[in-house]
Design a protein around this ligand. Structure first.
Ligand code: C2E
Ligand code: CA
Ligand code: CA
Length: 432
């Protein structure tokens, strides 16, 4: 019988809690500084934690990188929170030099018969401590366990399971598929291409947004096999378009930095394009500015190689992330996608003071064309035309479409909103 079970049975304490300290980030240092170095850090942490150990607050080492305080007879939740932040401060100071963080999870043990078993308690305190890490970065944060947290963790586990099975090509009901959102050329009113957007559909969860599953795929590195499937599927669609006679339509895919940094990425991508027998000039990669925060030169070299092969490269979500115009200038990209934020702002700011037009000018000066994202209203379209934006994408023209709908959309020609002449007001402004 464990200590936890004995105390639960004896009903000696009204209040009991676990405070878990998660130092799994130390593993990151191991690859750089070696096993001995990281072992010493853990030892130092154990020493400072030991200083907080008392009769009613006993310290245990749960695994190589995890410690747990078992608290009995404490007063209230505030006392727990204060203890958690004291430990966080102490560890934060201890690891200042190493610049690593960790997580502190707190679990209050429900009194009475319904108390979960020891394994469940330990798992829950681990969940809370991991949650505290992912929100923290380089600090130590504190997180209390609750049921929503567990639901979130379970959902994430289901997503990882589904992605894992899809990546391994296992027989499964779960599906990864693409929808295609049209992008129009404002100069010619003709279709420029489609952006491929991934969706995950599982039996238990229904359709899962990429905003949810892509970060999970990145965290688990499943983005490598999943990303390759996305590319292969988009290329198959592109080939189908070519077979249908639409040979100048472009298809874009979103690429994560982890994919770009994997050493054989460019070679493999060019091979897939060749196998699909499509033209490199009809394929576009969308990457976010954040990629340049990692390894600027390596990434820029890969991009150069891909552009030389004929692909388009677009900077996605321009203006939201780690942009630096100095860097943007040295970049080998063809296109700037202006984030929806700057398109939304057109509704609240009057045209004269909006900086969206300036962004378009800057892109043009850098030799890049522009795509405005998230265009929902005609007034935005008019502003964009007037300020020389090259291309547009958004619900005003079409939502992302399933493959068959995308083909039907293509056959139906330029949508009415684009064919309509600009209103007299904006014509007057242009000639003014
Ligand atoms: P994104 O690349 O910025 O894609 C545009 C997102 O805006 C899409 O959301 C699209 O459905 C949505 N959108 C387009 N027009 C409008 C509009 O007029 N109004 C509004 N409110 N929204 C609009 P979605 O499909 O949920 O994708 C979200 C993000 O997930 C994408 O943002 C992209 O960063 C990422 N993503 C999607 N598929 C992939 C993929 O295969 N690989 C990677 N790495 N990321 C992907
Ligand atoms: Ca995109
Ligand atoms: Ca975007």
């Amino acid at each position: 019988m464990t200590l936890l079970e004995r105390d639960a049975a004896s009903k000696k304490w009204a209040k009991r809690a676990l405070v878990g300290i998660n130092l799994s980030m130390v593993q990151v240092l191991m690859s750089n500084y070696g096993f001995q170095y990281s072992q010493n850090l853990i030892k130092k942490a154990a020493e400072v934690l030991e200083a907080y150990s008392t009769e009613s607050r006993r310290l245990f080492q749960a695994s190589e990188h995890r410690f747990i305080f078992y608290l009995v007879g404490y007063r209230d939740k505030d006392e727990l929170a204060r203890f958690g932040s004291t430990v966080a401060d102490t560890l934060g100071k201890l690891f200042t030099m190493e610049r690593i963080g960790g997580g502190i999870g707190i679990l209050e043990i429900e009194p009475g018969e319904s108390a979960p078993d020891t394994d469940t308690l330990l798992r829950r305190v681990l969940i809370a401590s991991e949650k505290a890490i992912s929100t923290a970065g380089k600090d130590f944060d504190v997180c209390f366990y609750n049921e929503e947290l567990e639901a979130m963790v379970n959902r994430e586990r289901d997503i990882v399971k589904a992605l894992g099975a899809i990546a391994a090509g296992e027989e499964t009901q779960d599906r990864l598929f693409l929808q295609y959102q049209p992008i129009f050329n404002l100069k010619t009113n003709a279709l420029f291409g489609f952006e491929a957007l991934s969706r995950l559909k599982t039996e238990e969860l229904g359709v899962v947004s990429p905003l949810e599953f892509i970060p999970i795929a990145e965290k688990t590195k499943l983005i490598l096999p999943i990303g390759e499937k996305v590319i292969a599927e988009a290329l198959r669609f592109l080939r189908r378009l070519k077979a249908l006679g639409y040979s100048d339509v472009t298809v874009s895919v979103n690429i994560s930095v982890i994919q770009l940094l994997s050493p054989d990425f460019t070679g493999r991508l060019l091979e897939l394009i060749r196998d699909a027998q499509v033209d490199e000039r009809n394929f576009c990669l969308e990457i976010t500015e954040s990629v340049f925060a990692s390894d600027y030169d390596a990434i820029n070299n890969s991009l150069k190689e891909l552009r030389q092969a004929g692909l388009y490269i677009a900077i996605d979500d321009f203006g939201t992330g780690h942009s630096s115009l100095a860097r943007e200038k040295g970049l080998t990209v063809d296109c700037m996608k202006i984030d929806k934020y700057f398109i939304d702002r057109l509704l609240s700011t009057d045209g004269a003071s909006a900086i969206t037009g300036d962004i378009i000018s800057i892109a043009h000066k850098l030799g890049q064309f522009t795509i405005a994202e998230g265009v929902e209203y005609e007034s935005q379209l008019q502003y964009l035309r007037k300020h020389g934006c090259d291309k547009v994408q958004g619900y005003l023209i079409s939502r992302p479409l399933d493959e068959e709908d995308a083909i039907r959309f293509l056959r139906s020609g330029t949508p009415e909103v684009l064919r309509r002449a600009p209103d007299p007001g904006s014509l007057w402004e242009i000639s003014f």
